[in-house]
Design a protein. Structure first.
Length: 102
């Protein structure tokens, strides 16, 4: 009986991370990454908007932030959100114009 209870306890404990990373938790995570990345890009872009990877990597939230850059052209930056410290880092402006190889 003790072995059975121990096995049940292990299974239940193993399921806890799955419950913690459910819909509401992921929605909260996406909102936090979006808010942080848009705030970080406000000095770089006019009207920044973020597209957030809904899960990120193991340690980081990831987003692409677009907006109108200093040149007046639409540009993008990559934003990395540290899941542990909840701080962000942004890269430099990337030109998002599409070119054809034809």
């Amino acid at each position: 009986m003790t072995k059975y209870m121990a096995a049940v306890a292990i299974v239940l404990l193993g399921a806890l991370p799955a419950f913690a990373a459910s819909g509401d938790a992921w929605a909260e995570f996406v909102a936090k990454v979006e808010e942080s990345c848009v705030a970080a890009a406000e000095g770089t872009f006019e009207n920044p908007q973020a597209i957030v990877d809904p899960f990120g990597s193991e340690n980081y939230g990831l987003a692409i932030v677009t907006g109108t850059g200093a040149s007046g052209r639409v540009a993008a930056i990559i934003c990395v959100f540290d899941k542990q410290t909840e701080t962000v880092q942004i890269g430099g402006e990337l030109d998002v114009s599409v070119t054809s190889n034809d």
